[in-house]
Design a protein around this ligand. Structure first.
Ligand code: NAP
Length: 266
């Protein structure tokens, strides 16, 4: 039996890659796709891979009600992702979510809903397996080298800053070190924002430039030494093995899992 998948945001940069991955994967099947701009058109024709026999619909609700889907993959925008997840879980469709911008309280309420309905869900700030390893290594390093700063760099169409990956890395680092104030105790910003965003005693810096995809380095400073843990996604294909794994894994879950590291055997 194939796993039946709806892609919300299927005309977007990430959504297109997910559709291509689904068409190349034996046990997965695209049964629905959303795009307000391309509603009514064949998904494959819009994304340039030839007709697929599945047309875009303009809302997630419509996609859910027209298909007997098992999984909703969401790569949309911070404004709609929470509602999409709620609609899916209410209908017994398991969400696999890459869209960034969900707050801690959003995740808490979605976790509660997943537990109440028994519908599994996966939210991953980063589906690139290399990036997940980068976060895990950074968490380990922070135990011994607690002075840290994160520099994340993305393409200039990205809506949110800092990135979901940087926030997640910061949360993981905080778990393995005691909060300490870094830099000079009397340091002053001569230009507002010069020292980046403050998270748990350290800083995140966000770079936005055309030509970039998704990149992050976590720098650990110690006396006379610097350790840099770095990951680069040069192409959106880098996220697809993680998305595929999450679609397969979510079928076995009855609660919400946040972070791909929690479904990998590390
Ligand atoms: P994108 O190219 O702008 O695509 C967004 C898609 O969402 C489009 O298909 C758009 O189609 C749809 N959309 C936009 N506004 C909407 C609304 N109000 N209601 C319903 N649909 C809407 O963005 P992207 O680069 O693919 O990124 C999508 C999300 O994934 C972002 O949050 C990004 O940060 C995140 N991301 C996550 C990972 C990860 O590994 N977790 C990796 C890369 C990106 P229409 O306008 O036609 O409806």
């Amino acid at each position: 039996m194939k796993i039946r998948v709806i892609v919300a945001g299927a005309s977007g940069r990430m959504g297109r890659e997910v559709v291509k991955m689904l068409t190349k994967t034996e046990d997965l099947e695209l049964v629905g796709a959303t795009s307000r701009t391309h509603a009514g058109k064949d998904v494959g024709e819009v994304i340039g891979i030839g007709p697929l026999g599945v047309s875009f619909v303009s809302s997630t609700l419509e996609a859910i009600s027209k298909t007997r889907a098992d999984v909703l993959v969401d790569f949309t925008t911070p404004e709609v992702v929470k509602e999409n997840m709620e609609l899916a879980m209410e209908a017994g469709v398991r969400p696999v979510v890459g869209t960034s911008g969900l707050s801690e309280s959003d995740i808490k309420s979605l976790r509660e809903m997943s537990e109440q309905t028994g519908v599994g869900a996966i939210i991953a700030p980063n589906f690139a397996i290399g990036a997940v390893l980068m976060m895990v290594f950074a968490q380990k390093a922070a135990k011994y080298l607690p002075h840290v700063e994160i520099v994340e760099s993305h393409h200039d169409r990205k809506l949110d800053a800092p990135s979901g990956t940087a926030v997640k890395t910061a949360e993981m680092i905080q778990r393995s070190r005691v909060e300490l104030k870094q830099g000079h105790p009397e340091e002053k910003e001569l230009l507002e924002g010069a020292r980046g965003a403050y998270v748990g005693g350290f800083r995140i810096h966000s770079v936005r430039l055309p030509g970039l995809v998704a990149h992050q380095e976590v720098m650990f400073g110690g006396d006379g030494q610097l350790l840099t843990v770095r990951h680069d996604s040069f192409d959106r294909e880098s996220f697809m093995p993680g998305v595929k794994l999450a679609i397969e894994k979510v079928m076995t879950l009855d609660k919400l899992v946040y972070g791909l590291e929690n479904i990998l055997e590390l």
